[in-house]
Write a protein that binds this ligand. Structure first.
Ligand SMILES: Cc1cc2nc3c(=O)[nH]c(=O)nc-3n(C[C@H](O)[C@H](O)[C@H](O)COP(=O)(O)OP(=O)(O)OC[C@H]3O[C@@H](n4cnc5c(N)ncnc54)[C@H](O)[C@@H]3O)c2cc1C
Length: 502
């Protein structure tokens, strides 16, 4: 049923949020026949203002980074997918607060389940070894030192999955799977044994109600999940801490000494409904030797010498085009900038373009720090509960490493027989121009124990009996890939964990 009041028949699971995590959980729980009541703050269309936050930190730099509606931010995303690397899960002595309580091997089967749900045709294509011989050969189109850099593969099934389209048919005619829309989760109510007995929710008319269930799963996204936990009085000093993202932007530009085509490095459609592309990252050995985080970068073809960060702002305004906020002025700025049109058309139409210049567009792993966090604001929502206070901070360590990265590229990775650096690090003010990638993670991090994090390796909140968190907030470190695929994989794993506990 899709309703806007509390259903009469109580279900075993109460699921809070219907984005990539909540949507994946709904699909997987239903596959296993486990009944749920899904509580969603937004409605069927258009982002709702029932959930908001106060931003006291660095601005994200994008018009929209989340969407409050059925399907959550899958209404805005582009569906670009790639799994985390093995090294991302490891404790790296050179990255403070790194080390997940799970490994890539623990997640592999669930990445495969998530891939199926997200319409990936060939999982093997996430690995360069799994590519067809033809595609493998195309990786050699770009010359670089393979002792320093390696390829990182991305796939984008088209059109991208919107979880709204998956949830509606599930719940529409069902008595077992409910979606309560326009209903905001406000507070989890605990008994003296730290068991959650009910959830207080707020309705659009300002009234409140209680939802009961055996198990509660919070999937409200990394900016909202910590506020729900904090407003519920969950006792854990790590709630909200270690807010991370993928600071992104152009670091420099190179000119190719010999013009060439390197299609797989821009974007390539290999079958009608899947695009594939490769980024470049440091080999794990080099990361360790240099003490660097796991950054990735893309070679974006350009026909203009030099990087213009004002031009980059135009592209950013397009990134969240599905939020409906694109203005006529934005469209005009695009239409009158030939290089932006060239880059967009090359990417979107997957043109086999010839490179003269390439902008090196970085998507960086942010080092987890306590100084970047989500707390509670003095401002309250219409039901009288404090809203989130978001304080995204990127450390000086994160900034400093970028210059070292540039030096490494120049001196060891992109040889002068093949490349001329046309836009150098000194020409760019990285700290000023990088933005968020709309990949908010880390505010209810997974850890071995409560003194280091909020949830255990099965995503259960430490100290509670029946409360789980499953969304971007559980990331211990951010890695360098778009996070939707990993979020969905963890949702598949949690659904299976819940089935086994029955
Ligand atoms: C423009 C754009 C493009 C992107 N492209 C990609 C991409 O190509 N690949 C990729 O992997 N990622 C991409 N992302 C990021 C990706 O969309 C997010 O990382 C992902 O959606 C996070 O999933 P989530 O489940 O944690 O949160 P969300 O998807 O944000 O879901 C949170 C859900 O909780 C609901 N909610 C919030 N608070 C409450 C409350 N109090 N009570 C009830 N419900 C509540 C929300 O309405 C929403 O349904 C993109 C993001 C943007 C903005």
């Amino acid at each position: 049923m899709i309703i806007d009041k509390i259903p009469n028949n109580r279900q075993r699971i109460c699921l809070i949020g219907s984005g990539i995590a909540g949507g994946s959980l709904a699909v997987k729980l239903a596959e296993k026949g486990i009944g749920f009541t899904l509580v969603e703050a937004g409605g069927l269309n258009g982002s709702s203002d029932s959930v908001g936050y106060e931003n006291v930190g660095r601005q994200f730099g994008l018009r929209s980074t989340t969407s409050i509606q059925l399907g959550g931010t899958s209404n805005l995303w582009h569906g670009v997918l790639s799994p985390l690397d093995e090294i991302d899960f490891q404790e790296r002595e050179w990255i403070p607060n790194s080390g997940w309580p799970v490994t890539l091997d623990d997640l592999r089967a669930y990445y495969a389940e998530a891939a199926e749900m997200l319409n990936v045709r060939d999982y093997a294509y996430f690995d360069t070894e799994g590519l067809s011989e033809d595609l493998k050969a195309k990786l050699d189109d770009m010359k670089f030192n393979r002792g320093v850099l390696k390829n990182k593969m991305f796939q984008q099934p088209l059109p991208e999955v919107n979880f709204k389209d998956k949830i509606i048919p599930l719940v529409e005619k069902s008595d077992k799977y409910h979606a309560i829309l326009n209903t905001t989760a406000l507070k989890l109510n605990l008994d003296s044994n730290w068991k959650i007995i009910s959830l207080t929710v707020g309705f659009a008319d300002g009234s409140t109600g209680l939802i009961e269930a055996d198990v509660f799963i919070v999937s409200a996204g990394a900016l909202e999940t910590p506020r729900l936990l904090l407003n519920s009085g969950i006792d854990n000093k790590n709630i909200g801490k270690y807010l991370m993202d993928h600071p992104m932007g152009n670091l420099c530009q190179v000119q190719f000494r010999h013009r060439q085509k390197a299609h797989i490095y821009s974007a390539m459609r290999y079958i009608s409904d899947i695009a594939i592309k490769t980024g470049l990252e440091l080999t794990p050995e080099k990361q360790k030797e240099m003490g660097f985080p796991n950054h990735t970068f893309y070679m974006r073809p350009s026909f203009k010498k030099g990087v213009n960060n004002e031009t980059e702002k135009i592209k950013l305004s397009l990134l969240a085009f599905k939020d409906g906020g694109l203005t006529a002025a934005d469209v005009w700025r695009v239409m009158t900038n030939l290089n932006v049109i060239y880059q967009i058309v090359t990417y979107k139409l997957s043109l086999d373009t010839t490179y003269k210049y390439a902008d090196l567009f970085f998507v960086t792993e942010q080092i987890p720090s306590e100084n970047s966090f989500v707390g509670l604001s003095d401002k309250k929502d219409k039901w009288g509960f404090p809203i989130s206070r978001v304080n995204w901070q990127v450390s000086s360590h994160d900034i400093e490493v970028m210059e070292k990265w540039y030096t490494l590229l120049k001196e060891q990775a992109l040889g002068e027989d093949d490349y001329i650096f046309t836009h150098e690090f000194k020409d760019i003010n990285w700290n000023k121009f990088f933005t968020s990638a709309a990949h908010h993670v880390g505010t209810a991090r997974m850890a071995h124990s409560a003194d280091k994090g909020v949830v255990d390796k099965y995503l259960k909140v430490f100290g509670t009996e029946n409360l789980y968190v499953c969304d971007g907030s559980i990331f211990t470190t951010s890695g360098n890939v778009n996070n939707g695929f990993t979020i969905s994989a963890f949702a598949c794993r949690l659904a299976e964990h819940i089935r086994r506990m029955q």
